[in-house]
Design a protein around this ligand. Structure first.
Ligand code: PLP
Length: 389
């Protein structure tokens, strides 16, 4: 960088950055597949990737065909995504007017934080959970108030109510502007939760919806659950937003397609706010082709659920793992009597990738995504070998 364009008397342009951005810590990405393959000396196609809850079956064959045949990649996408929204309406049973497709569900998280949070405002977060909520809040200078889950990972509804009661927000703000508590605006809930896999009960959700907050319910894994989506609750609750995605059940994480199910008043704001071409044509073509074959997607989901149940039973037979019951396509396990990180590394050396955690609320744990039956078999073979190691 040449500095001479900025005489000594002038501050460096980096000082113009928003302070919350300058102070941000860089995100540590996971190692790309090819890099890892080279490091381990294992060909990429032989690596068993069970670390990011991706769908091992990938997109339906009809999706690849639709992508190959689509003739209009040189034309901009429809900013209103009318066809896709209509198809999504048929899938989730909510009017198209309440559905907003996005560049992955992650994009909607970013929109919601930017729509609602001013610097100093806060979100309520229930760790251990998905990391993007507090990350996106932090990008706009928002604070995160953590209300920890109970030992079984259930959301602590009473503690959330208590936390809200601790800040009679509007009143305090006016009475003591100097030490004003943050204005808590968004409550992020995940069901099934990532990484614990547990479900949020209807009655808990109802109680939380009575709070003066916008409740964002992330249903990224709902297709794998034995309980129905709460998508249609959006028509009854003005303070509920539901997030869904094609990344997990539909197997197109790399194409980036998610959607929000939102009350009408919020849709009106999102239309003004969103990037016109946020969903690219390839994602849209793939989404539409998938929605024309929901039966096939649900057949794959059924296969993965069966495999999840088989994997759970097998994991229970290992002396050093305690799997938690799950409603998603992954299983969180406490690692008992040995180091979870070493276990993760031993698996990695043998070509199997899992996610490992060691932080408050997730001490000495691994999370295993559900793979194909032969991948489960290989995983178990290694885990059994490791018993005596
Ligand atoms: C994977 C995941 C998402 C992200 O979905 P994208 O559509 O790929 O952005 C959202 N929430 C949770 C809890 C997830 O695990």
């Amino acid at each position: 960088m040449t500095m001479n364009a900025y005489p000594a008397a002038n501050a460096h342009p980096a000082t113009l950055l928003r302070p919350e951005i300058a102070d941000l810590e860089e995100y540590t990405p996971i190692q790309p597949f090819e890099v890892l393959s080279r490091r381990l000396g294992i060909p990429a196609e032989r690596i068993i990737k069970l670390d990011a809850n991706e769908n091992p079956y990938g997109p339906l064959p009809v999706v690849a065909e639709a992508l190959a045949e689509y003739p209009f990649y040189h034309i901009y996408p429809d900013p209103q995504q009318a066809e896709l929204r209509e198809a999504l309406s048929g899938f989730v049973g909510v009017p198209a007017a309440n559905i907003l497709p996005t560049h992955g569900a992650d994009e909607l998280l970013d929109y919601l934080c930017r729509l609602f949070l001013q610097p100093g405002d806060a979100i309520l977060n229930c760790p251990p959970t998905f990391g993007m909520y507090s990350f996106d809040a932090g990008l706009v200078g928002g604070k995160t108030i953590e209300v920890w889950r109970k030992p079984d990972h259930a959301v602590d509804v009473a503690a959330i109510e208590q936390a809200m009661g601790d800040w009679p927000i509007e009143i305090n703000r006016e009475q003591s502007p100097i030490v004003a508590p943050p204005k808590v605006k968004l409550l992020f809930l995940t069901s099934p939760n990532n990484p614990s896999g547990n479900w949020l009960a209807d009655e808990d959700l109802r109680r939380l919806l009575a709070l003066p907050l916008l409740v964002v319910l992330d249903e990224a894994y709902v297709e794998f659950a034995d309980y129905p989506s709460r998508a249609d609750w959006v028509l009854q609750y003005d303070n509920l937003v539901i997030l869904r995605t094609f990344s997990k059940a539909a197997g197109i994480a790399g194409l980036r397609l998610g959607y929000g199910i939102c009350p009408a008043w919020l849709m009106a704001q999102l239309w003004k706010f969103k990037q016109p071409y946020n969903v690219n044509v390839a994602a849209s073509v793939a989404g539409l082709a998938s929605l024309q074959h929901v039966d096939q997607i649900m057949a794959v989901v059924g296969k993965l659920k069966d495999e999840r149940n088989r994997l759970f039973a097998l994991l229970q037979t290992l002396p050093y793992l305690r799997p938690y019951p799950t409603q998603a396509n992954f299983i969180l396990c406490d690692v008992v009597g040995r180091d979870a990180k070493q276990l993760k590394q031993a698996l990695e050396q043998r070509g199997v990738l899992v996610r490992h955690y060691n932080k408050p609320g997730l001490q000495n744990c691994i999370r295993i995504s559900v793979g194909r039956p032969e991948q489960t078999d290989r995983l178990l073979e290694i885990l059994r070998e490791l018993v005596t190691l």
